[in-house]
Design a protein around this ligand. Structure first.
Ligand SMILES: Nc1ncnc2c1ncn2[C@@H]1O[C@H](COP(=O)(O)OP(=O)(O)OP(=O)(O)O)[C@@H](O)[C@H]1O
Length: 341
């Protein structure tokens, strides 16, 4: 387990002290995928450097597997660092070495014998899906393949924790998805804890169990991904959630829908977890004298169940429409009325 207790990190700057991480409390359980999201400058990179002991907190403690990483030294610190590995946004590969030699590098440094190295590298190449590319140089690889090398290299010394620093930010959306799938399978197969920092809610939605949202050095919100999606409290969290739920949420498209579907009520329904499996629209039509038109839908899976929004037009007499809206609330479906006659 990794625990941050009241951690503050200040940097000295020519304009005086700058607080990059501000009184943060976090607990990351073994085996989970924990996401830290925030805009540029929120303090994410500083957090990641606190986890692996590259930065020392100005106050508070960073406890990794029961040890205060900012207090231990020498062999103990090296040992603790060994268990925490890192994947970088820009891959940080050795350009003059082939795929297999990049992966073998940290094993060489650790003094692992040639035969054992070869075996380990072959296993890792298979795990990350690079079979056939062993002898290629980084310049001959696509971005996604480079990141696969980065992940294999990070796994070479059997770490317990993988820190991913914007690991997919340099990749296109399709490749991002493939790399996230790989991280998820690594987490499942090796039971490794993954902590990733990102500015993209899509990344959080796709693979994280829990998330912490950072703004100006503070963790302004944290919790299960589904719970945060369902009721984002901080304004910054609401903005992040909109990144993935509101493909139709731009003002213009809502305005367009309002004009196009001017009868009855235009309602946005939020589905979370098990509510997505209910035949709610069928029930509405059967029980009330209303017409329901699906205007826009966007349901996507998260690690703990589906999440999404559906925009529907409910038309009928005022009374029936009202009853339908009350029924939705009673069924636990959160809704937002976008327009009504
Ligand atoms: N070594 C340093 N010395 C002084 N200030 C720093 C240092 N490292 C980071 N900062 C400042 O601390 C704040 C948080 O930076 P940090 O890099 O942790 O944020 P971030 O969320 O990772 O943003 P980005 O994605 O842009 O790196 C910023 O105001 C940054 O300028």
């Amino acid at each position: 387990m990794i625990q941050l207790n009241d951690v503050t990190k200040q940097y000295k700057t020519s304009n005086g002290p700058l607080t990059a991480v501000d009184q943060v409390n976090l607990k990351i359980q073994d085996g989970e995928i924990f996401g830290i999201i925030g805009y540029s400058g929120a303090g994410k990179s500083t957090m990641i450097r606190l986890f692996n002991g590259l930065e020392k907190p100005t106050s508070g403690s960073v406890i990794v597997n029961g040890e205060d990483i900012s207090k231990i030294k020498g062999a103990k610190l090296r040992n603790a660092r060994h268990k925490i590995s890192m994947v970088f946004q820009h891959f940080n590969l050795l350009w003059s070495r082939t795929v297999e030699d990049n992966i073998a590098f940290s094993l060489e440094v650790a003094g692992v014998k040639k035969e054992a190295r070869k075996k380990k590298v072959a296993e890792l190449i298979e795990l990350v899906g690079l079979t056939g590319r062993e002898k290629a140089y980084p310049s001959q690889l696509s971005g996604g393949q480079k990141q696969r090398v980065g992940i294999a290299r990070a796994l070479a010394n059997d770490p317990e924790v993988l820190l991913c620093d914007e690991a997919t930010s340099a990749l296109d959306p399709e490749t991002t998805d493939a790399i996230l799938d790989l991280l998820r399978s690594v987490n499942e197969k090796l039971n490794i804890t993954i902590i990733l920092i990102t500015h993209e809610m899509h990344v959080i939605r796709k693979i994280c169990n829990r998330v912490a949202v950072m703004e100006a050095g503070k963790v302004v919100e944290q919790g299960d991904v589904l719970q945060v999606f369902e009721s984002p409290k901080a304004l910054v969290t609401q903005k992040f959630v909109q990144q993935v739920t509101d493909t139709a949420g731009h003002k213009e498209s809502i305005q367009q829908m309002k004009e196009q579907y001017s009868k009855g009520k235009l309602i946005k329904l939020f589905f979370v977890g098990s509510t997505t499996e209910q035949p709610i629209i069928t029930k509405l039509i059967r029980q009330f004298e209303v017409e329901v038109n699906i205007v826009h839908g966007n349901i996507s899976p998260t690690k703990s169940g589906p999440y999404g929004t559906l925009i529907v037009q409910i038309a009928g007499s005022d009374e029936e429409v009202e009853k339908a809206v009350i029924y939705l609330a009673a069924e636990g479906i959160k809704s937002e009325v976008l327009t009504h006659e």
